[in-house]
Ligand binder design. Structure first.
Ligand code: NI
Length: 395
């Protein structure tokens, strides 16, 4: 088991040597979260930390992202590894000592851990640069949580030029610590959004015949939209249509003139993704016509679905099984959640995988985006090891 003059059996020693740094970096980032597209201090911290390792070529493809290139001493292909760095507009309710110092902003998805893990891998790999095959490109991405997403901007800036394979991982709270989940093929859905305004005629609530009741009409729109999922689309094809915002009215005796509806659509199949806006608008138009109202409709395309490349996923499974043992690796289930990692997969075959970060015994049970979300820090060295193993063997 050697890579050039390297003995890869030392990987655990290497990981151990950066473990304390990785935990400290994660805690620093957790304390100082920044919102999507505003990761100024975060990206500076990442840039400065990478600089301290030496041997990396650094660049800032966008205002708040960082790319580090490690050109190995041996021939080989180019592997990109991505970590996202942004936080969420959530008021943290944890009470550990490294709780958010930025009121109303919180690392509630684990991106602090992703950034710390990739820094740890970069630190290890920059020390053994001469033995590395090809090039490892570390992508520290801004704005995963907010459309249009940072990944697309980075791709536009050319960070994927010349890349042969791309990988990324998410610390995953629903998965217990001690597991890595891999999914070949479709993994995460395309998350799109719709905006509907139902325009009726407001008036006195005691005289409904003199109004066009936008609330009653909008309520029918909400229930009828479920017909798309249950009656228009093959039940074996995954689809979510959810109204998530219903804004109307001011008080009990006034019928409002309009209602605003906002919601999400999740799909995997490109043809269905193209069809859904038409199906939604047909219902909105039919119901508003029937009741003498009008509407405004806007459909917003979000990220593409994450589709893991079969060959890369198979190779990754082999590398991770060798590094962690068979019991560690399991087949995951696709989710209707979205991820802009898909932007990189348009440029090179790739795989996005899940690292177990929940721990019932330690009380680490809260879902992602919850004010009490956290990860089991024992999962951080797992991520570091996974990235280092990939850098050396996924070539
Ligand atoms: Ni996330």
């Amino acid at each position: 088991m050697s890579v050039g003059s390297l003995d890869i059996r030392k990987i655990d020693e290497w990981v151990e040597s950066v473990e304390e740094d990785v935990v400290n970096w994660r805690r620093y980032l957790h304390r100082h979260p920044e919102l999507s597209f505003h990761e100024e201090k975060t990206s500076q911290f990442v840039y400065d930390t990478l600089t301290s390792f030496g041997g990396l070529e650094l660049s800032r493809p966008t205002k708040t992202s960082v790319v580090a290139r490690l050109k190995g001493g041996r021939p080989g292909r180019v592997l990109a590894i991505r970590a996202d760095m942004d936080a969420l507009p959530i008021k943290e309710e944890n009470d550990f000592e490294f709780v958010s110092q930025n009121e109303g902003v919180m690392h509630a998805c684990g991106h602090d851990g992703h950034t710390a893990m990739l820094l740890g891998a970069a630190k290890i790999l920059s020390r053994i640069k001469e033995d590395i095959p090809g090039e490892i490109r570390f992508l520290f991405q801004h704005a995963e949580e907010l459309y249009p997403g940072g990944a697309e901007e980075m791709v536009q800036a050319g960070v994927m030029d010349g890349v042969d394979q791309v990988i990324g991982a998410h610390l995953w709270a629903p998965l217990e610590f001690g597991k890595i989940a891999l999914i070949s093929g479709p993994m995460m859905a395309a998350p799109d959004a719709f905006h509907i305004t139902i325009i009726g005629k407001g008036g006195h609530a005691a005289q409904p015949h003199l109004t066009t009741d936008s609330i009653a009409i909008a309520a029918q729109v909400v229930t009828n939209l479920q017909h798309i999922v249950s009656r228009n689309v093959n039940p074996l094809v995954p689809l979510v249509v959810s109204v998530t915002q219903f804004i109307a009215g001011t008080t009990h005796n006034v019928t409002p003139g309009s209602v605003y509806l906002n919601g999400t659509v999740r799909t995997f199949k490109p043809e269905l993704r193209e069809e859904v806006p038409t199906l939604i608008e047909r219902i909105v138009k039919g119901i508003t016509d029937a009741h003498g109202a009008t509407y405004k409709f806007k459909y917003e395309y979000g990220y593409r679905p994450v589709i893991n490349d079969e060959a890369v996923t198979a190779n990754l499974r082999e590398v991770l099984t060798e590094a962690f043992g068979e019991d560690f690796i399991q087949d995951g289930q696709p989710t209707m959640g979205g991820e802009d990692f898909s932007a990189y997969q348009q440029k090179a075959p790739g795989c996005f995988f899940l690292i177990g970060a929940g721990n019932t015994e330690k009380g680490i049970i809260h879902p992602h985006h919850h004010p009490k979300f956290t990860v089991d820090e024992a999962a951080l060295p797992i991520g570091v090891k996974a990235f280092v193993a990939c850098a050396l063997k996924l070539v």
